[in-house]
Design a protein around this ligand. Structure first.
Ligand SMILES: Nc1ncnc2c1ncn2[C@@H]1O[C@H](COP(=O)(O)OP(=O)(O)O)[C@@H](O)[C@H]1O
Ligand SMILES: [Mg+2]
Length: 270
């Protein structure tokens, strides 16, 4: 096979914790994903980018156990696995923060963090939950002024932080973030990007879906491009944005091979 797109699929950061190979998913006549490969290693941030309809959300849902792929394999911690339900994903240690965050606006930060897994002794152990909440937010260097306010009064960045912190209570090894900076202002975006760096420092494998090339380049170790449901290039974060965008929109179908050619000639000169 002389397809240059697939060559750099292996993560440089060490052994992948999660590997997808040949994942396909059809909805009737629509091929949402075709033969998709993806790797993420512990302590690595992989950005998945692509135009609308590229299959990003479908990929997230395959990882979350919402959709079963029609073909392909998932390997987690060197074991081939099936993720047939969200409970399977959770049990393996794959956590997903969906774009809508699924927080309860009227509940406070502690209640949201522990929703569905409240610590109980004789009664709800509010003191322990509050202490755990602060610990968790401190580990993430999160700027949340108080954990006793309803989530409705927090900024978009703070809500994203709460949603991510909540998944960490399940002790995941891979975290999938769907458009974590969409609709955030500059300062809040910076906060969320910091948070993603904390996740990487903790040794999690992070898969970040994004449209925003600046955010991607600020935080990702590698950038995986999907186009029309297929892999269309893997880039280092330092690659010029125009080249990544060209791969996303297919402006130049040989952008990847051109880039590979240039990388070779640069190396040759050095
Ligand atoms: N549940 C579904 N039923 C039918 N078609 C779907 C469904 N989900 C996604 N698709 C189709 O699959 C393709 C990929 O969609 P999606 O994964 O949402 O892309 P993205 O998130 O990159 O915009 C699109 O053509 C979309 O219309
Ligand atoms: Mg989508």
């Amino acid at each position: 096979m002389n397809d240059p797109v697939k060559e750099p699929a292996a993560a440089p950061g060490g052994r992948p914790i999660l590997s997808l190979r040949g994942i396909s998913k059809n909805f009737g006549a629509v091929a949402a994903l075709t033969d998709v490969d993806l790797d993420v290693s512990p302590g690595e941030v992989v950005a998945v980018v692509g135009d609308n309809g590229a299959g990003k959300s479908t990929l997230v849902k395959v990882l979350a156990g919402v959709h079963r792929p029609d073909a392909g394999t998932l390997t987690f911690a060197d074991r081939e696995v099936t993720v047939a339900s969200p409970a399977d994903a959770h049990a393996l240690g794959i956590a997903t923060v969906f774009q809508d965050l699924a927080l309860c606006e009227n509940l406070n930060v502690i209640q949201n963090l522990f929703l569905g897994r409240e610590l109980r002794r004789a009664r709800l152990d509010e003191v322990t939950m509050e202490i755990r909440s602060w610990e968790l937010l401190r580990q993430l260097s999160a700027k949340i002024p108080t954990v006793r306010v309803p989530v409705a009064s927090l900024s978009g960045g703070q809500r994203q932080t709460v949603a991510i912190a909540r998944t960490l209570l399940g002790d995941p090894r891979v975290i999938v973030l769907d458009e974590p900076t969409a609709a955030l202002g500059v300062a809040q975006t910076a906060e969320v990007l910091n948070l993603i760096e904390r996740l990487r420092e903790r040794g999690l494998g992070v898969i970040m879906i994004s449209h925003n090339m600046e955010d991607v380049r600020a935080v990702a170790d590698r950038v995986v491009v999907l186009r029309l449901g297929r892999n269309n290039g893997v880039f280092a974060a330092e690659a010029p944005s125009e080249e990544i965008v060209a791969a996303m929109i297919g402006a130049s179908d040989n952008v990847v091979s051109r880039r590979a050619g240039r990388a070779r000639s640069v190396k040759g000169e050095a």
